[in-house]
Design a protein around this ligand. Structure first.
Ligand code: ANZ
Ligand code: ZN
Length: 815
């Protein structure tokens, strides 16, 4: 008998799959298509176990779908531009292009060792000029629609990476750079933006319908931050000026006892302002928005000396300036309702301003602020209304008087896409002093990123130091002009790559519209939760834009999304080099085989939860594969009669397992699917002692199902066993082909009814009890259940014999 030797069979099958182009798909055909991809990696040079945790299960689903008869497109590419590649290249002092190329080669080899079913002919690399010309094209198309624009404003600056960042790249409580963890600064600069805010409502609304994890949808919704309210005008006392405030609670307007404007509010130019107030404004202007948000704990402010008139009460209320009111949100001014808003309450307490509660709430403490709903009071004719009704009524009444209108605000800001770094696509525009900004014509793309550049970050784009790049001619007046030297952020590269996989060589636009229509959207997208907002929001926006203006037939890029959990080191901590708890997948593969590693990763726990990597766990999955190998070998070596084996026990366990594994795969419950396969194998070992192997009948069905059910999880051993079974003469070579394009087994519900049967339990032939069991009942289940039921009556007497009459009776013969 041959032993299971993954080191021998894994490279063998990887080569056969490649030689026979088993996973290549002709995208001209799309009937029954299934498009599944993992989020593509940065070419860091070294795949870690976390990558495998993303790729192995994605490959399992792809393989399963293929066996179900889908035409599967499954591939991977490299997100090769951007800071990580550039920073690593700087550290090692090699050009990023070289570093990236070497890493992609190394990672491709690494990837191949795990045996994924990728169509490599569809792969792509974002730093390839044939790719990034289309990233530049996307920029130009947005520019055409005035949705790519330059503007001056306060931006986030990473002092370590020496570049601006998008709001989405500032993360965590401490507002740190998403890449390097350094706290960001704020600066006023002129930069390039994409107008994602135009799509705020659609980005929000579509979420309702999407088959995405609720957690991700909620994060996106919060990031978009829609809030519906009203813009209410307050007249400035003794003047014709008015100040508009944005409020989500117009129902509390009778409790607005003062007003607060941001220090930058333009009304301040029109009021006569005392000297100490000017000083406050001056100080506030030196604080960044982030500092001001952090400073919310200790509020500061000053009285302007002016008053406004509350349009509901007609009473004068003081106008204050405070930096807890932000210029960039709403209208930069608020009506302060200290009884029902925490920030206003703290401010009122500090500066002894009046506090007037305007609704009662069960259990609320009137000596404190309270939010939520209640019954209106202190509001004249409106007293007694529930706050929800008050909101409608006062809104309508104020609108009738022309002092209020409905207003919706979003927290989402436009996407800042320019970077002062080298390793990205140059922004395709030219500046002429006479003619202004000129987009590079589409036919001149790509604007090539020069090589041999001193790319050390200095805070200014390294391309600036390259006259041969910078100096050019104006496209309209032919006069001297300069190229833009900032590059496009890497999140733009990744915002559309999935559109190109189905037609990677198309040369008239980023994607062939016909192929994109037939293959898009991505049916299943799998990747880490860290992209919940960043990449996933950008990709949705760009897809919507291309749908609206460039013939893309769908608006949402990813039909179904799944997030894998995070794999921790064996010590339960995040894997890191400094902790020394990094598990190298390569070592695990070379010692135990890729199939064992894949199985372990999917068996270690629920897929979306991750957890610590247990170094000895893989020995368990390896042992399981050894047992699978052995039982199949024993079966093929059996050269007995062609007799039909008609054991119902074998059929029941076979069909139960098919059903369980299939349904678990639908839910990505890989761990329980594998557990069911392990149980299946245990049962087969037990049954082989009771029912002799037979080449055909129930045994053939069981062994054939076992190998096919295992194929998506452990693809190499499955193909080897499939070959042995056919080549070994037991089933014959007729119609033989790889197990990965064989048919997924179907369960027969004759063996799986949901009824219960009542099984009588006897001891020495006397009826003692009964147990009701869900059908189909296997012998083992029936005996175990019966034993448990009458354990107290058997006590320590020895069971000499057990008689089982299927579905009817268990009799224990005891001494
Ligand atoms: C009166 C009021 C009463 C408010 C009350 C809240 C509770 P969201 O939901 O986040 O949109 N606000 C408006 N503009 C602001 C600005 N520029 N800086 C700081 N705060 C601002 O929050 C809307 C609420 O935040 C608005 O509703 C306003 O306070 C405040 F019991 O108006 B409210
Ligand atoms: Zn010009």
């Amino acid at each position: 008998m041959r032993r299971y030797n993954p080191q021998e069979i894994e490279p063998k099958w990887q080569k056969i799959w490649e030689d026979t182009k088993l996973y290549e798909v002709d995208t001209k055909e799309s009937t029954n298509k299934f498009y599944i991809i993992p989020m593509f990696p940065y070419p860091s040079g070294d795949l870690h176990i976390g990558h495998w945790y993303n790729f192995a299960p994605t490959d399992t689903v792809a393989r399963w779908r293929r066996m179900l008869g889908h035409r599967v497109l499954h591939t991977i590419g490299f997100d090769a531009f951007g800071l990580p590649a550039e920073n690593a290249a700087i550290k090692r002092n090699i050009p990023p292009a070289q570093w990236t190329k070497d890493n992609i080669a190394a990672m491709t080899n690494q990837l191949k060792t795990i045996g994924p079913s990728y169509d490599w002919t569809k792969s792509l690399t974002t730093s390839d000029p044939n790719y990034y010309r289309w990233t530049q094209w996307v920029f130009l198309k947005l520019f055409e629609k005035k949705m790519a624009y330059r503007a001056k404003g306060i931006v986030n600056w990473c002092p370590k990476d020496q570049t601006v960042l998008a709001n989405e790249q500032v993360v965590g409580d401490g507002n740190v750079c998403e890449r390097c963890g350094t706290p960001v600064l704020q600066k006023e600069m002129e930069q390039w933006y994409f107008k994602i805010t135009d799509y705020a409502e659609r980005l929000l609304k579509d979420l309702d319908e999407m088959d995405w994890p609720e957690r991700v949808k909620l994060m996106q919704a919060n990031w978009i931050g829609k809030s519906q309210g009203a813009l209410v005008d307050f007249k400035v006392d003794g003047s014709d000026e008015k100040i508009s405030v944005f409020t989500t609670r117009p129902d509390t307007i009778f409790g607005a006892t003062f007003m607060v404007v941001a220090p930058e509010h333009k009304i301040l130019d029109l009021l006569s302002i005392p000297g100490e107030v000017k000083e406050y404004i001056e100080q506030a202007s030196h604080k960044t928005e982030l500092e001001r948000k952090e400073g919310e704990k200790e509020k500061t402010g000053v009285f302007t000396g002016s008053y406004a008139v509350n349009p509901a009460t007609g009473k004068k209320i003081p106008i204050w300036i405070a930096d807890y009111v932000l210029t960039s949100y709403g209208s930069g001014a608020i009506m302060a309702v200290p009884a029902h808003d925490q920030r206003d309450w703290e401010f009122a307490k500090k500066y002894q301003l009046p506090i007037l509660p305007v609704y009662d709430q069960a259990g609320a403490d009137s000596g404190n602020w309270y939010a939520g709903e209640g019954i209106i009071k202190n509001s004249g004719q409106y007293d007694g209304l529930p706050t929800e009704q008050m909101r409608e009524k006062i809104g309508a009444d104020l609108a009738k008087g022309g002092v209020a209108k409905e207003q919706t605000n979003y927290r989402l800001r436009d996407w800042l896409i320019s970077r002062q770094r080298y390793w990205g696509p140059p922004i395709p525009v030219i500046y002429c002093e006479k003619c202004g900004i000129q987009p590079v014509p589409e036919t001149d793309l790509p604007v090539l990123l020069p090589e041999n550049v001193h790319f050390q970050p200095t805070g200014q784009s390294p391309l600036q130091k390259l006259p041969e790049f910078v100096d050019t001619k104006c496209l309209s007046c032919d006069g001297p002009a300069k190229r833009e030297t900032d590059t496009i952020d890497t999140f733009v590269d990744s915002s559309w790559y999935f559109l190109r996989y189905p037609s990677p060589n198309y040369d008239k636009s980023p994607y062939d519209p016909e192929t994109a229509k037939n293959w898009g959207p991505v049916d299943h997208y799998i990747g880490g939760i860290e992209h919940a907002i960043l990449h996933l929001m950008y990709a949705r926006f760009v897809t919507m834009f291309l749908h609206d203006h460039h013939g893309l037939s769908f608006e949402e890029p990813f039909k179904k999304l799944s997030n894998q959990g995070i794999i921790l080191g064996p010590d339960g901590h995040k894997m890191s080099k400094s902790r020394g708890n990094v598990v190298s997948p390569d070592e695990q593969v070379s010692s135990y085989g890729a199939d064992s590693l894949r199985l372990y990763l999917m068996f270690m726990g629920p897929y979306d939860q991750g957890g610590p990597y247990n170094l000895s766990g893989i020995t368990g999955t390896r042992r399981f594969l050894d047992r699978v190998w052995k039982i199949v070998e024993e079966y093929t070596e059996f050269r007995g009669a062609e007799a039909q084996s008609d054991s119902k026990d074998i059929q029941i366990i076979t069909h139960k397992t098919i059903k369980k594994v299939t349904q678990d795969l639908e839910r990505l419950d890989f761990n329980t699917a594998i557990a069911a396969l392990m149980e299946f194998v245990n049962q087969l070992y037990r049954l082989k002692n009771q029912h002799q192997f037979a080449a055909r009948g129930a045994w053939q069905e069981a062994i054939s199902a076992l190998v096919r059910l295992l194929a998506p999880f452990a693809p190499h051993i499955a193909d080897e066993l499939w070959e042995i079974l056919h080549d070994g003469g037991i089933w014959g070579r007729a119609d033989y082909h790889s197990v990965h394009i064989s048919k997924w087994p179907l369960w027969d519900k004759r063996y799986i009814t949901e009824d219960n049967v009542s099984v009588a339990i006897q001891i020495n032939g006397k009826l003692k009890a009964e147990v009701s069991l869900p059908t189909p009942v296997t012998e083992e289940v029936a005996i175990n259940a019966a034993k448990e039921k009458v354990a107290a009556q058997i006590t320590d007497r020895e069971i000499k014999r057990t008689i089982y009459v299927p579905d009817r009776l268990v009799n224990f013969v005891v001494s």
